[in-house]
Design a protein around this ligand. Structure first.
Ligand SMILES: C[S@@+](CC[C@H](N)C(=O)[O-])C[C@H]1O[C@@H](n2cnc3c(N)ncnc32)[C@H](O)[C@@H]1O
Length: 264
């Protein structure tokens, strides 16, 4: 197995600039809350919470919320967000593969584009289910490999730093059959739903520039390619071609998959 702690150190650095995208992922948060069926008074955990967009949205509907994420800069922003909104949320720095919560503590465990980035899917899932009550709901949003963000990650993988061979790519969390297999007999009533949100951008090139600046894996790939201007241009052109396919009315339309299940 690859060196897990160095993978996580790199992940922390890579995601540290993600806060700029919180207004975009904020658009998907209410969909996950509705899809999961969260109500006032429910005890809810948001893992890989980033700046807390799902946690904050759940707290606004009256849930009692905790949120955790690997990246300290994002948790700092999540706490600021809670303060600005005058919401009481327990945010902590934590790895989804090692959650600092008791067994059976939550009615809901949610993750929006978060747990999919943990290097060991089976350990992340085991932890998410451990802290969920029997009869509680696990629900997550993920980017499938055939849709824009998944395709961007696959493209980035082709040009970027080589990924460890024994680590399952995050986009596998967007494959229905893989999800069913991973959830297995731990859950019942697995339900899937596709949704989309729009990322405002003046052009595909504007979107590319924002991705390079704020999405860690893409920024790291740009750095790697800088000594090789031809390859760098090729990567940038490929990104813009891809973004162009999803660009309409000054918006990049991003579709994704939501999954919901009940813990046995
Ligand atoms: C695409 S961002 C999504 C953030 C947030 N959920 C949202 O919707 O805006 C991916 C998040 O996963 C977090 N992450 C990556 N690996 C993680 C791990 N092993 N444990 C917890 N969080 C992790 C990153 O720090 C980052 O906040």
């Amino acid at each position: 197995m690859s060196d897990i702690s160095s993978i996580k150190d790199k992940a922390k650095k890579m995601w540290s600039t993600f806060a700029a995208f919180e207004t975009v992922t904020a658009l998907a948060a209410p969909e996950l809350i509705k899809f999961a069926g969260v109500h006032r008074g429910d005890r809810l955990l948001d893992v890989g919470c980033g700046t807390g967009v799902v946690a904050l949205t759940a707290a606004q509907v009256g849930a009692k919320v905790s949120g955790s994420d690997l990246t300290p800069e994002l948790i700092m922003r999540a706490k600021e967000n809670a303060q600005i909104s005058n919401l009481n949320i327990d945010f902590q720095i934590a790895d989804v593969e090692d959650l600092p919560y008791k067994d059976n503590e939550f009615d809901f465990v949610l993750s929006q584009f978060g747990h999919m980035f943990a290097p060991r899917p089976e350990i992340a899932l085991k932890e998410m289910l451990r802290v969920l009550k029997p009869g509680g709901v696990i629900a997550f949003s993920t980017w499938p490999p055939e849709l824009l963000t998944g395709r961007l990650f696959i493209l980035t993988g082709k040009y970027g730093p080589s990924a460890p061979k024994d680590i399952s790519p995050p986009v596998m969390w967007g494959e229905v059959e893989v999800i069913k297999k991973r959830l297995g007999r731990n859950v019942r009533d697995i339900t899937f739903h596709r949704a989309e949100y729009g990322n405002p951008a003046l052009s595909p090139a504007h979107m590319r520039v924002a991705l390079e600046a704020y999405i860690g894996p893409i920024g790291a790939t740009i750095k790697l390619l800088e000594p090789n201007p031809e390859k760098l241009t090729e990567f940038r052109n490929a990104m813009e071609d891809l973004l162009f396919e999803y660009f309409q009315n000054n918006t990049v339309v991003q579709s994704y998959l939501m999954t919901r299940a009940i813990k046995n």
